[in-house]
Design a protein around this ligand. Structure first.
Ligand code: PLP
Length: 281
């Protein structure tokens, strides 16, 4: 038994976990989530992930649960894991109602779900060769800063990219690139690291936050500006960032190959990996 789930205080093997049908997460996607990982039993950047989860909870008004409660459930689940390198998925829904209804009179008790699965690195080849992205219209809602479980537009875009052999979709809204369907995507232009400014259009990615800090500390110029799809395709370097994969080079966008020399990505990836490696020591 390796993968585990915690649902409102009950820990079971992941495949046996159950949720009541009347949970608002089922009917309305009324919930938020976050993901983080541990190496050697130690969490990577937990304070950043819990700060973002608190933002998602606050902005959706899912109030009757505290971050302390979530942290202690995570610690309990982590203590039951047989693995030390673990991907955790935390979801909080608004809870279970007596019948399906959009509104509620009394706020239900939120449902807390945490899953734990052994963490595996992507094959080294992905990092050496880079991955491909396919552009897609950004069909998401107006509050992408909230890590909502409503992921239908993300799923549709990513499935299309995957069917074409890509790693992720590169989302484009009103002529500018926002992010990937499950990742941030940054580019390098003449030695400058370029990222879209934080806004309601993108998720405040924790990996991006860390990489931008590391870049600034290393004296790399950073520009927070929007860019068109054409500018992404013409970039000197492009990288996908996420908790799941860290810093992953992009080889091609819409079948156009990017340069194979990636000096800044290699530097930033090494700096980021140091923050992960520090947990193992
Ligand atoms: N953007 C979206 C839409 C995501 O779903 C994710 C990860 O789930 C990211 C960006 C990357 O965020 P993080 O670095 O916090 O994993």
């Amino acid at each position: 038994m390796s993968a585990l789930a915690y649902v409102n205080g009950t820990i079971t093997p992941l495949a046996e976990a159950r949720l009541p049908l009347l949970d608002r997460g089922v009917f309305f996607g009324d919930g938020v989530y976050d993901t983080l990982f541990s190496i050697n039993g130690r969490l990577h950047a937990p304070e950043r992930h819990f700060r973002r989860l608190a933002h998602s909870l606050h902005e959706t008004g899912i109030g009757a649960i505290s971050i302390e409660e979530i942290e202690s459930a995570l610690a309990e689940l982590s203590g039951r894991c047989e693995h030390r390198d673990v991907d955790f998925y935390i979801q909080v829904t608004r809870g279970v109602q007596p019948a399906r209804a959009h509104t509620w009179k009394e706020e239900p008790r939120p449902t807390l779900i945490i899953t734990a699965q052994e963490r595996h690195d992507l094959p080294a080849e992905h990092y050496a060769r880079g991955v491909t992205l396919f552009s897609h219209t950004d069909l998401r809602w107006g509050r992408c800063d909230i890590k909502s479980v409503n992921l239908l537009p993300n799923v549709m875009a990513r499935q299309k990219a995957a069917a074409a052999g890509g790693y992720d979709a590169l989302l484009v809204r009103d002529g500018h690139v926002t992010e990937g369907s499950g990742s941030s995507v940054l580019i390098v232009e003449e030695g400058v690291l370029v990222a879209p400014p934080l806004s309601y259009e993108i998720l405040p990615s924790i990996t991006r936050e860390i990489v931008l800090e590391l870049a600034r500390e290393a004296g790399v110029p950073v520009r927070l500006e929007r860019r068109t799809l054409e500018q992404y395709i013409q970039a000197d370097e492009a990288m996908v960032l996420s908790t799941k994969v860290g810093v992953l080079p992009v080889r091609a966008i819409d079948s156009v190959e990017l340069p194979t020399e990636r000096p800044l990505i290699e530097r930033l990836r090494a700096l980021y990996q140091e923050t992960v490696q520090a947990l193992a020591e």
